[in-house]
Design a protein around this ligand. Sequence first.
Ligand SMILES: C[S@@+](CC[C@H](N)C(=O)[O-])C[C@H]1O[C@@H](n2cnc3c(N)ncnc32)[C@H](O)[C@@H]1O
Length: 437
Amino acid sequence: MAAAAAFAADTFANLVGLVRRHTGIAMNERKGALLEGRLGRRMRELAMHRYEDYLELVEAGGAEVQVFIDMVTTNDTAFFRTPAVWSYIAGEFLPAWHAAHPGQCLRIWSAAAASGEEAYSAAMLCEQFRLRHPGFRYQIVGTDISTAVVARAQAGIYAGRSAERLRASYPHFVAQYFRAQDESLSVASELKSGVQFSVQNLFAPPKAGLRYDLVLLRNVMIYFDEENQRKVLAKVQACMAPDARLILGEGRAGIDHPARHLAGVPSGPCLRRRGRLMAATLLRVATGELRIGRGQEVLSALLGSCVGVGMLWPEGGCCGLAHCLLPESPEPGTRMGARYVNHAVPSLLAMMGVRAQDRHQVQVILAGGARMLGRSGISSAIGQLNIDAAHKALAAHGLVLAHIEAGGRRGRTLSVDCARRSYEVRPISTEFDHART
Ligand SMILES: C[S@@+](CC[C@H](N)C(=O)[O-])C[C@H]1O[C@@H](n2cnc3c(N)ncnc32)[C@H](O)[C@@H]1O
């Protein structure tokens, strides 16, 4: 690696390693000048003269680690950043979600929320929606790795560019949801009460039982390399309700829209490709569920010992995915459903409308069936039993496997992309190499 700015090559490599270890962010030499400025300021505060000494202090792992994280993260954000995203949320997502979930409370996660503008933008749209639908309830959670920006989000006081832009473009929202405080704008308590912020690393294991209906993961994936993008997407996936939507950021072409990774992830509507905001709905298929996809839909299942049976039928314009928990039903006969492999295969064929004479056109993918760690007896063997049952059921219906990735000890995601007529099986990383929460 070439040395950047005033750093010696070794020091810069060490610095890049520390940034990656604590935040997952991949830095390169172009960030050298930026890091030099930020570290320099901190070193002056600490009366330190050598970068090496400062990095040693961070390596020691004490309180300086959080200062370091706050320093190396880039926290640019804005209210209603990229209006097309917010038009989608107000005009499509909220009405559709409310209609499909009567009486339920909508849960939104602004992941990598920075100073909170994104989460409060979502709250304003929810409040507007509530005016028209009085029974509507929502909760918004904003998280970020930087304690400094989380504190600003919690305070909810905005000055400078954020406040200026909001005043200029959304004066009606300012009047409704903010209180003027000298030059700054303070979020009104009605809006604040629906939004909570906390410090959270995207690489940390997700809290058990969390299920968000809408996840905003915007303008952060650009900072990660491919491997880390995949890890984050897998963790986000684990926190999403089965029909949740994931909104990835918009920005420079390509990297912050890892569309190729999206195929391994459930949900979400807004990806921008070639400068256009495109609709691509990626739907998570939960345990025991089966789904049929059409048009732009991508179906995805997160599999451990369960098996996923995917089907692509381009001639019929659809795809299907079953997420099966158990091999063969003890009850005789065929029932619609995906809990048992032997029910899932005929159920998928029936729901997709595949007739006996069409079966040769269907591409079948089988994945999952891992031997999960820490299990014993029947539960450790269930993966293999599921795989065997899938082979048997597919053969019984005259279906030939196009691809199989099954068994072993690692979980996988199986995604079936209806529009691109493609599928993807990816191993799920089990290691957690980021020490912080
Ligand atoms: C450019 S801001 C994006 C803010 C907002 N999502 C938006 O689109 O306007 C990126 C944010 O990601 C946060 N971030 C970077 N790495 C992170 C990680 N590993 N876990 C959680 N947040 C992270 C940074 O602290 C920063 O606030």
